[in-house]
Design a protein around this ligand. Structure first.
Ligand code: NAP
Length: 302
């Protein structure tokens, strides 16, 4: 019997653990469709113990590149052949591209943070900023703040203080930045730190679906007028962190703005083309994506 062999185009994807929350597949698939490119975006749930083998597998399978999400953004650095200048300065990778048989690591979360905060540049300069979290996303946020927004000081609040201290040392060594102060999560100082900050960022995964009722911030200031609250978590689009802040008159910025902008940069690295961001956003209704992601989660077998 004669079989026809169909080309399945080029493959990019996402490695993380878990990955079912991610909206990246829909954003990239939509962009490939609009730009008429024969690429596909696959998701790979990779346990941390299999990370090295998974990256070897990417090379062996001829995959063009991938995004990297929780919890691998820092750990993946060890297995990368070359780092872009930004990824080296952040100490985290969220995009890999295979170039001349080498794994090259980039950090497009920086582009995401910088774009999402652009309207607030003047309000942030010379002010205090608080960042909850000390993982890969937090590193991109802190790097973007230091390099593009020049706040007076940055408080990093994290559950694991030693991880935040490592980040502090990293930015002191690599950027000569010495205005980063570490605070333990749920420490009594949290209220004062928030009170004194113009911008408060959640770069932890707390509040992410399927636990949308959680808020990493336990301090309960009365009024947040004049403050900006930015959540890296984008699923749900308005997290509890943002909802609570909005009710107290803060300006809120959803992680969705960052998500689209980091995706556009990854798309450009893989394909050499600009992502038509407005067209992609116009096609994707957040409620539709959320429903698709929920359906996908129900079908995941662990
Ligand atoms: P990560 O490297 O795994 O770091 C996770 C961070 O969350 C750590 O600071 C961790 O604290 C903290 N955390 C986790 N569970 C916690 C809990 N129950 N209580 C308190 N803190 C907790 O992850 P990541 O890559 O930085 O991502 C963090 C979040 O940002 C994820 O939801 C991710 O989807 C989102 N993100 C969004 C975008 C976007 O484009 N919008 C881009 C990047 C990341 P410990 O250090 O104490 O464990």
């Amino acid at each position: 019997m004669k079989r026809s062999i169909k080309s399945h185009g080029k493959l990019v994807g996402l490695i993380g653990h878990p990955i079912s929350h991610s909206w990246s597949p829909m954003i990239h698939e939509t962009a490939f469709k609009i730009t008429n490119q024969d690429y596909h975006y696959a998701t790979f749930d990779v346990h941390p113990k299999n990370l090295r083998e998974a990256l070897k597998g990417l090379m062996a399978l001829g995959i063009v590149g991938c995004n990297v999400t929780i919890p691998h953004k820092e750990a993946v650095m060890e297995f990368i052949d070359e780092l872009s200048a930004d990824a080296r300065l952040v100490g985290a990778v969220n995009t890999i591209h295979i170039e001349n048989d080498s794994l090259v690591g980039y950090n497009t979360d920086i582009d995401g943070v910088v774009e999402a905060l652009k309207p607030y540049r003047e309000q942030i300069a010379d002010q205090s900023v608080t960042v909850f979290g000390a993982g890969g996303g937090a590193r991109a946020a802190v790097y973007s703040l230091i390099s593009y927004y020049h706040p007076a000081q940055i408080f990093v609040i994290n559950r694991d203080v030693s991880r935040a201290e490592l980040m502090k040392k990293f930015f002191s060594d690599s950027q000569n930045y010495n205005n980063l102060k570490v605070v333990e999560l749920h420490n009594l100082d949290e209220g004062n730190v928030i009170e004194s900050s113009r911008l408060v960022i959640n770069a932890t995964s707390v509040g992410m679906s399927p636990s949308p009722d959680e808020n990493v911030m336990t301090a309960d200031p009365k009024d947040l007028e004049g403050k900006i609250f930015f959540d890296l978590v984008y699923n749900p689009v308005e997290t509890r962190f943002l909802r609570d802040a909005r009710k107290k008159n803060a300006t809120t910025v959803s992680g969705i703005d960052m998500l689209y902008n980091q995706a556009a940069k990854s798309f450009e690295i893989w394909t050499g083309m600009s992502m038509p961001l407005d067209k992609v956003r116009a096609k994707l209704d957040p409620r539709f994506i959320a429903a698709r992601v929920t359906a996908r989660r129900k079908t995941v077998v662990h």
